[in-house]
Design a protein around this ligand. Sequence first.
Ligand code: SAJ
Length: 444
Amino acid sequence: MERLVRSIRNRSLQLCVLGSGYVGLPTAALFADAGFKVTAIDVRREIVDSINEGSCLTKELGLQELVSRNVAAGRLRATLNPDATLAQADVVIVSVQTPIDHSKKTNLSYLSKALDKISLAIRKGVLVIIGSTIPPGTMLRKAKPKLESINPFKADRDFYLAYVPERIAPGRALDEFVESPRLVGGVGPESTRLAAELYKTVCKKVVETDAATAEVAKLAENTFRDVNIAFANQLALTCELLGVDVIDVVRMANTHPRVNIHAPGPGVGGPCLPKDPYLLVHSAKHMDFDLIVTARHVNESMPEHVLELTLQALENSGRKPAKPRIAVLGTSYKAGVDDPRGSPSEPIIHGLISRGFEVSAYDPRSNEAFGAEKANSVSEAAKGADCLLIVTGHEEFMNLHLKQLKALMNRAIIIDCVRIIDPNTARNQGFLYYGVGLGRKQPF
Ligand code: SAJ
């Protein structure tokens, strides 16, 4: 153990990262920058080739430069071939996807395949880190037995195994990797100690725990956010009926020193929040998880509410056009990122198309259009539109030239799901303005 700790401190261990996507590649690049020799493994040739060329396909602030610098210095390389790399590695970090299927059950097949490969290659003294989000119990009931199944090695004695959940927000991955306290939970004390030692080379703060606690804590963080956002969304729906503005209500309530209500919106997207509450719920099925599941249902229902608002606005704007044309602004799942995974824009656009509407979509960061006509600017999307539907709160949408847009549009309606346009400014420019959480009816 002491020898391994020394090898971490003098950077003489070889690392490999299995899965070089949104999280794996920043992980590989940061450890390489800390001085380790790192091999990034992926099944996608385009990812491997781009890394070896000193470039990257993942858009993350500072990542391109970090990859290029460390590839040039010979500390970072990528490969499609896991077997040879795993046979040499002293540390294996697993960062593969763990999606949920249509019945909301976790698909652990990518993780299982990774563990199969590691179990064949494992040697004495190797440290295996799982970074992927996993259901509680996975470390002790699946990962540990699998890694102990081929060779007569025992975890925490012959090799080391820890869960180190990632906590990074896409778009700020590098910064958050370093700055956010990192949970490190080993399957035993030696594993925790060794993994903590490794992460201290990159992270400013490491919090030691055990694997089972780290598993639940990771899911608890995102579930808490999801429940909080569901509360904000339910409050928004209530405010619409009560004739008050949820933005004012949340601002007022949050002046209380111990209240922090999140922002309502068109629904919750991304690769984590829509999934993690289900991972938590499925691992303890016998419990009554009404709160968490209900919160999910509230958030999942928001795109439908946006469709209802759109229909209402069209009806209230005079004669409803035979085939309304809607300009959707934003297809990435949240402001400032290019990632469209799980974006509320997807069910919204599909809902509009299935109602026979024409839809154009523009996003300055994402190329996704979810089946809508892809526009190259706000003006192009708005041309001939009956309604401007703002789904993602990108800063590019904050100061829209409303007068110009009105001149381009067929009908002047704005549905603001992320509340980035001031209602009075829009109304003064002659728009019919609808916002999520903005009361329309007279109270009581
Ligand atoms: N959203 C709201 N209202 C809010 C905040 C977010 O509607 O007040 C929506 C967003 O628009 C988005 C979704 O929720 O559609 C998720 O956004 P997010 O910023 O809460 O989370 P992610 O998925 O980008 O990343 C989270 C991270 N949490 C934060 O940024 C606060 C990160 O810490 C986790 O590591 C990450 O999930 C993960 O990988 O688990």
